[in-house]
Design a protein around this ligand. Structure first.
Ligand code: PGA
Length: 306
């Protein structure tokens, strides 16, 4: 193994991740024969096959699986070392992978402005998905920081509450219930509802409240997008329960009104969560500190209803 090069290991890691030499070649801007050659040389040095071809599919052998895990660990350590050196030089540099629930997209991108200006060496990627997708990503350790309202029991996380995320009842501005106050929950369930998809944290919170009161709603439409729901509500198709943040830009005086319903707002919080036991990179720690201080201030400014 002493003659194995870092480049060969990188080519192998990418090919193993994609289960394809062609896709590895694309990702690394190499030709397919170059990828094959690098893997051939690596296999020769290891002494046993790393891949096996069954039909058209490419699989890792047991040795291949082992080498893949070793490579992932090694490249992670190298990234960490690169960040440590950058930190010693007084620069904050590296990658930050954020994953946030769909409602947090109304706030988090705004917080990134100042952060990216302050740390131009940090490259941020932001993944937006619903609650269940986020938990899947968390289980696969795909990101550095997760922002969500409902923390999972498994996998275990370290989490700090970061910002209020109240859920409110939204209706079209012309809806007859807009003029009423302290509307009972039993009254709004008579209205047609537009709900988020199964797997959404918002949907789960709404269901929990209904279960507590032994109530059912009539679902008029199920949509996997807060923006689409807002359009449907504004168009008078029904009412909905969404995060107050979803109407940050238009405010409460636009085409959508907030109904004054008993039990509302539901007082949720967003947490910033990291996988328990994961060693936090300097860049991750820098962003967590930023979120807790200036980030939080900027976020509160977007909550003009406060
Ligand atoms: P959702 O999650 O985007 O899946 O509805 C909301 C939340 O956890 O705040």
């Amino acid at each position: 193994m002493r003659h194995v090069t870092l480049h060969q290991l990188k080519v192998f890691e990418v090919a193993a991740r994609h289960h394809s030499f062609t896709r590895a070649a694309e990702e690394m801007f190499l030709t397919q024969p170059t990828v094959s050659m690098q893997i051939k040389q690596l296999t020769k040095l290891v002494g046993i096959p790393l891949f096996e071809q069954v039909g058209k599919k490419l699989f890792l052998t047991e040795a291949g699986e082992n080498l893949y895990l070793t490579c992932q660990e090694m490249f992670k350590q190298l990234d960490q070392f690169e960040m440590t050196v950058a930190d010693m030089k007084g620069l904050k540099q590296g990658n930050l992978r954020l994953a946030v629930v769909t409602t947090a997209k109304y706030v988090v991108p705004r917080l990134l402005g100042l952060f990216c200006q302050r740390y131009p060496g940090i490259e941020v990627s932001l993944n937006v998905a619903n609650h269940d997708r986020l938990i899947e990503r968390l289980s696969e350790n795909r990101d550095d920081i997760y922002i969500m309202s409902q923390l999972p029991h498994s996998p275990e996380v370290n989490a700090i509450p970061f910002l209020e995320n109240p859920l409110v009842v939204l209706a079209s501005r012309n809806h007859p219930l807009v003029e009423q106050t302290r509307i009972p929950l039993s009254r709004i369930v008579q209205e047609p509802f537009i709900v988020r998809e199964t797997g959404s944290g918002t949907r789960r919170t709404v269901q929990k409240l209904l279960d507590q009161h032994n109530l059912n709603i009539q679902i008029k439409m199920e949509l996997a997008s807060n923006e689409a729901i807002k359009q449907a509500v504004a168009g008078g198709l029904g009412i909905s329960i969404l995060s107050r943040h979803t109407i940050n830009l238009e405010g409460a005086s636009g085409q959508i009104a907030i109904l004054d319903v008993q039990e509302f707002p539901i007082l949720n919080h967003w947490y910033m969560a990291t996988l328990a036991g994961k060693q936090l990179s300097i860049v991750t720690q820098t962003f967590l500190d930023y979120l807790q201080n200036e980030g939080k201030e900027i976020a509160i400014e977007t909550m003009h209803w406060k």
